[in-house]
Ligand binder design. Structure first.
Ligand code: ADP
Ligand code: MG
Length: 328
């Protein structure tokens, strides 16, 4: 039988995700059991370890080739982009059907990209995400990266332009070299920073130059990465930009139905059987997904602090009103 130390070591390995050591200890336990005359238990344990190892291998293979584990951007890339490995799934998002369909289509094309390429087609991979703040653009980038098992790289364009005034175009080249060499989801946020006259008069020339190089890099890019550009201000973008993308995805404030789904998702751990969702979602009208989610978190925290797991209409209404106060 396993000793107390072995059980503790197993739990530690599990928590740290150290599968190799986990299986080694399990095999040790099996060997001891065999010596102690528990042949059947030893045999079962060995079989179980073999099965689990095989399953782990199959899972790794399923994530597909080209997944580059990259902990931190190095060298020239430091300070230009951030990297993350999100866990959000498309199923975690409350989406209108047309948008969900388009995202799923983008995923299918990515997963089947070899087949498409064999027939001379390129998978959809340059997407423009447009819509008000808090409506799920960044969340979409996270979900696409998690679904494809790819790292998510973030580039704040406005920050890049102010930080590297005069050198922005050469920094962009470094970023697009990474797009080429490391397959990932690249999210260029605040894309409108390139589109308008947002900066002071002196910036305008620079922004124009940066925009032109960006468009050139985007056009030339035939990598296997996904390039997403997000903006809150569609008005600031030149319409001619749109055709550089494989698809333009529109994000809107949530309908009452979508708001309800965001709320249910956020409050899944509480008892919400008493909530009148229709009334509550109409209170949330005009708030973004993010604000609705924050109101729910507030209401949930209030309930937990009162040692209750039951949420009432009034609790939620109060949190939404609070959020609206912050919003206005
Ligand atoms: N479609 C959605 N479904 C569920 N939650 C959402 C959705 N969109 C946004 N949220 C919530 O709002 C937060 C902020 O959304 P985000 O994607 O950052 O918005 P933005 O459009 O400004 O990039 C998310 O972390 C999530 O909690
Ligand atoms: Mg965002």
């Amino acid at each position: 039988m396993a000793t107390a130390d072995q059980v503790k070591a197993l739990i530690r390995c599990h928590a740290e995700g150290d599968n190799t050591r986990f299986y080694a200890i399990a095999m040790q336990v099996a060997a001891q059991a065999a010596r102690a005359g528990h042949g059947r238990f030893a045999q079962e344990l060995r079989e179980l370890v073999d099965q689990m190892k095989a399953r782990g291998k199959a899972l790794d293979a399923g994530r597909g080739p080209g997944v580059v584990p990259l902990a931190q951007p190095r060298g020239e890339l430091t300070g230009l982009l951030t990297v993350g490995y999100p866990k959000t799934r498309i199923a975690d998002m409350a989406l209108e059907d047309p948008l969900r369909t388009r995202l799923e289509r983008a995923l299918t094309e990515q997963r089947q990209r070899e087949r498409l390429r064999e027939h001379g087609f390129s998978p959809m991979r340059k997407l423009l995400l447009v819509g008000p703040p808090g409506t799920g653009k960044t969340m979409t980038a996270s979900a696409l990266s998690a679904e494809l098992g790819l790292p998510l790289f973030g580039i704040q364009l406005h920050g890049l332009i102010t930080k590297y005034m005069g050198e922005t175009a050469s920094k962009l080249r470094v970023v697009f070299d990474a797009v080429q060499s490391t397959r990932g989801v690249y999210l260029f946020d605040e894309f409108d920073a390139l589109g308008g006259e947002r900066g002071s008069k002196n910036d305008v020339g620079e922004i124009r130059r940066v925009l032109n190089s960006f468009l050139q890099f985007l056009e030339q890019d035939e990598s296997n990465s996904l390039v997403l550009c997000a903006t809150n201000h569609v008005g600031l973008l030149d319409r001619a930009l749109f055709r550089r993308f494989d698809a333009v995805l529109q994000y809107e404030l949530p309908t009452p139905d979508i708001a309800t789904r965001v709320m249910k998702g956020r409050l899944a751990l509480l008892d919400t059987t008493g909530i009148d969702w229709e009334a509550t979602s109409s209170l949330a009208k005009g708030l973004s997904h993010a604000e609705v989610a924050l109101a729910c978190e507030q209401a949930a925290k209030n309930a937990i602090l009162k040692h209750s797991t039951v949420l009432h209409d009034s609790d939620l209404a109060l949190a939404i009103e609070d959020r609206r106060g912050t919003h206005l």
